[in-house]
Design a protein around this ligand. Sequence first.
Ligand code: ATP
Ligand code: MG
Length: 587
Amino acid sequence: MSTETAAAETTSASAAPAEGQRDFVRQIIRDDLATGKHHAIRTRFPPEPNGYLHIGHAKAICLNFGIAREFAGWCNLRLDDTNPGKEDPEFVEGIKDDVRWLGYEWHDLRHASDYFEVFYLAAVKLIEDGHAYVDDLNAEEMREYRGTLTAPGRNSPHRERSVAENLDLFRRMREGEFADGAKTLRAKIDMASGNINMRDPAIYRIRRIPHQNTGEAWPIYPMYDYAHCLSDALEGITHSLCTLEFEDHRPLYDWFVDKVDLVNHPELWTRLREGGFQTEPAKPRQIEFSRLNLSYCITSKRKLAQLVNEGLVDGWDDPRMNTLRGLRRRGFTPGGIRLLIERLGVSKQNSVIDYAIFENCVREDLDGSAPRRMAVLDPLKLTITNLPEGHEEKLSFSNHPKDESFGTREVPFARELWIEREDFAEVPPKGFHRLKPEGEVRLRGVGIVKCEELLKDAAGNVIELRCTLDLESRQGMPGADRKVKGTIHWVSARHAVAAEVRVYDRLFNVAAPDDDSDGKSWIEHINPEAKRIVQAWLEPSAAAAAPEQRFQFERLGYFVADRVDHRAQQPVFNRTVTLRDTWAKQA
Ligand code: ATP
Ligand code: MG
């Protein structure tokens, strides 16, 4: 399929047959369908809108949305916005955009904050049932009472307050009567539990700051562990897929779901229906899988934010960033990202994936989808002396060597060309098959040229090669299949369009930037060579591309017209990835 003129690409993820992937999560789902435990599969992707999504999130997106699609269920996009102060509507929009770019569409868009009223009522119910109490301990005291991994905690002196007193205090917390941190609503579970998460965790804390969705409406906010599982239950999520660090939280997840028992408390969820939410509460099951960790990458929103805030990169969509926006701007494809996730599969095994595997997935996707063009990044002039001044031709080139449906294009050819400087060597190393003094090379699509003469500047740098073209070696001529070892690309100097090309490389120059065992902070591993700007020459049909059009520039790599700065009159291209792995030999 030709993508020649397609600015808006087709990003929809192909529906893999349910038989396709056989990981433990999909097996649980198949079993649940087979036993009749569930008749429909419902998942959700629940990012916190405190930053843009990164490559790690792609795994959770592909898993949740992918499973919903494969099993003909649905997946909600839920913004987990229980932490006001760090959250921002800008991030909400960015997250929606990125999920769609990856090729997925949500069933419903929800915010955890949509449920604040229900969470509040559920907390009242927990108090009434003797499962929650208002504590006056401050954060430091609470930490001290909590105990340690080896020592049990102690009960708070406020743990035995009466239901009536707790209800009154909680109502007054909600009315904004107390200062931040002065009181906390806690679950009454077990201060001696071997699982620290079960030692009377906080349910609500007082924070009198505005919220990105609810504004000034609430002075108290629910804790993640409380809000998350109840959101799942309210939305009727059947399988709540999350990363391994939540494994220890699962008993608490189940505790809240059981004690609130939404299914049997229709007055709670009928409120949601009145609010316009179509929901059918369920008892969700949390299943943990291992995070995606990639070498040469940072997958912590806090650190990605630090790169942006300290000006170490040019924003969240800097093509060096492994945010989804950065990868997009860099030219990485949704298909390449989905291929990576599919290849890695899902397990509970923690590991670090070699970045080269990711790049290979993207190459594989681009190889099939990117039309070919010629561009010269480091130009050296080549003049064909046996063609007349003003000679001009239009040569027909195929746009893809393996796929005729990409069609052909015309490439102007004339007497003066640009070639890559590194395709010529005055003193060639052994095995050099490109151009050298007195040597011959094939000019792609033209014929064989011989280097007859070098012109140098005063400093002794080669500035021009004067060559003759073997006219008998041109297409359709008797010498057309005469063999020479090398073929190089070129652009016509008169017709070429000047372009800014941003040559990107990996942002970190070590595989594990987060590893500080060498005493260096991750910031110190930033690769200063990760962005290099060159002035390049493009064949005219590359310059005319729409923003986000991707090409293979022959022999150089895959490039994309920058989605922000590219104009046909002033082209700007980003190098997505080279044709081969250039890091392997350095490692
Ligand atoms: P950070 O700690 O950087 O803020 P997070 O995990 O808190 O990241 P969330 O917005 O809460 O970010 O993540 C949304 C979902 O994406 C969660 O279900 C989380 O488990 C999942 N996720 C985040 N990072 C990864 C990763 N590296 N691999 C797989 N899933 C991830
Ligand atoms: Mg989180």
